[in-house]
Ligand binder design. Structure first.
Ligand SMILES: *Cc1c(COP(=O)(O)O)cnc(C)c1O
Length: 389
């Protein structure tokens, strides 16, 4: 590799490492056995999160996947159908757990920028019949990961919730990055959370904590989820050590998410300079997804070429690469990455089509050679590496 420094890691906001101050807070945290409900730091985190989301109670869990799955498990019965966006994290990146662990089938529905229209949700709610699965719940994801960190407008959430509740369905909000939506729009967390029976939030993404997520809902719901958490093996003992990282993150790293959004906008400016690269979604928070088919080389080759020059990003879906800004990459590093991007991607583009007229067949050929295909729809094939978090 030709770079001398550490690579600039823009693969995901999950790569953030705990700062010295966060580590000190974790080391100093008072702890107890959380299965006995005696960990004061876990209790404080749960009360804090419940308060921030305007819910009666919250539960600390090891991961966002467990959090989502506990919510779906607790809201539904075996054999139910859950309506989700066709690009939902629960559909693509949770290892089939809704089916494997809860006996659920997911019903994917299309929607621009990851947002479901209430009318489209209403169309797929099953009428009561012994032939049909029972529709048990509707799931929303804000911000929407696979659609590029896009934000569900509050009104869209309210409309979906109104339809779901009118039909007696439960509503779950995958708010892994709800913090980003809140910081971008100024909509209170409680207002978003009020549109769902259960909410899941992550501390291990842009907030920079090393481990952990939380779910929130009514006291009764959280008690039931707690029982399911035990079944799933997610009940932890002196978990205050890691809960302290999450508390530190909420107290110190929430407001600074706006910097990540500014840095994403900055990076978008560089990408827009490269012919053949297309940002396929408006950059609303900290995720950028760029279609690179126009460069005439496969996405995996693009990722490899950037890695050579010290910029790490990921293959999102076929023909698309993903960048995520976060607290371990400051503005200067983002500018440095942007300059490398422009140089490397422009070079790839020139090499692939010296006469400036790449033909689609050449692009498709090289894409096939790297195990990707030139799919263009939102449901394009995934690569093994994926960009699930
Ligand atoms: C990251 C993420 C999750 C949970 O991921 P874990 O890696 O299990 O913590 C859930 N939903 C969305 C939208 C995510 O981005």
């Amino acid at each position: 590799m030709s770079h001398v420094n550490e690579p600039i890691d823009l693969r995901s906001d999950t790569v953030t490492k705990p700062s010295e101050a966060m580590r000190r807070a974790m080391a100093a945290a008072p702890v107890g056995d959380d299965v006995y409900r005696e960990d004061p730091t876990v209790n404080r985190l749960q009360e804090t999160v419940a308060g921030m989301l305007g819910k009666e109670a919250a539960l600390f869990v090891p991961s966002g996947t467990m959090s989502n799955q506990l919510c779906l498990r607790t809201l539904t019965r075996v054999g139910d159908e859950v309506i989700v966006h066709e690009d939902a994290h629960v559909l693509h990146y949770e290892a089939g757990s809704a089916a494997a662990l809860s006996g659920l089938q997911l019903r994917p529905v299309a929607g621009a920028l990851g947002v479901l229209a209430a009318a489209e949700v209403e169309k797929v709610i099953r009428p009561a019949s012994e032939h049909f699965p029972r529709t048990g719940a509707v799931e929303m994801e804000n911000t929407h990961n696979r659609c590029g960190g896009t934000i569900w407008p509050l009104e869209a959430m309210e409309a979906v919730a109104a339809v779901a509740w009118a039909h007696g369905l439960a509503v779950h909000l995958d708010g892994a990055r709800l913090w980003n939506a809140h910081k971008s729009t100024g909509v209170p967390l409680r207002a978003y959370a009020a549109t769902a029976d259960s909410v899941s939030v992550c501390f291990s993404k842009g907030l920079g904590a090393p481990v952990g997520s939380a779910l929130a809902g009514t006291r009764e719901f959280v008690e039931e989820a707690r029982h399911n958490r035990k079944r799933y093996g997610g009940a932890m003992r002196q978990a205050g050590i890691i809960a302290a990282g999450a508390l530190y993150a909420l107290e110190n790293n929430l407001d600074r998410l706006v910097e990540d959004h500014e840095n994403a906008a900055l990076l978008a400016g560089y990408l827009r300079q490269v012919p053949g690269v297309e940002l396929i979604h408006p950059v609303q928070t900290n995720i950028l997804i760029a279609a690179v088919e126009g460069l005439g080389v496969g996405a995996a080759q693009v990722v490899g070429a950037l890695e050579e020059e010290g910029v790490l990003c990921g293959v999102a879906t076929a023909g698309r690469i993903r960048f995520v800004t976060h607290l371990d990459v400051g503005t200067q590093a983002v500018k440095a990455a942007g300059e490398i991007l422009v140089r490397v991607l422009s070079g790839l583009s020139r090499a692939a089509r010296p006469d400036g007229h790449a033909d689609r067949a050449a692009a498709a050929g090289s894409a096939a050679g790297t195990g990707t295909s030139a799919g263009s729809g939102p449901a394009a094939a995934d690569t093994a590496e994926g960009a699930g978090s």
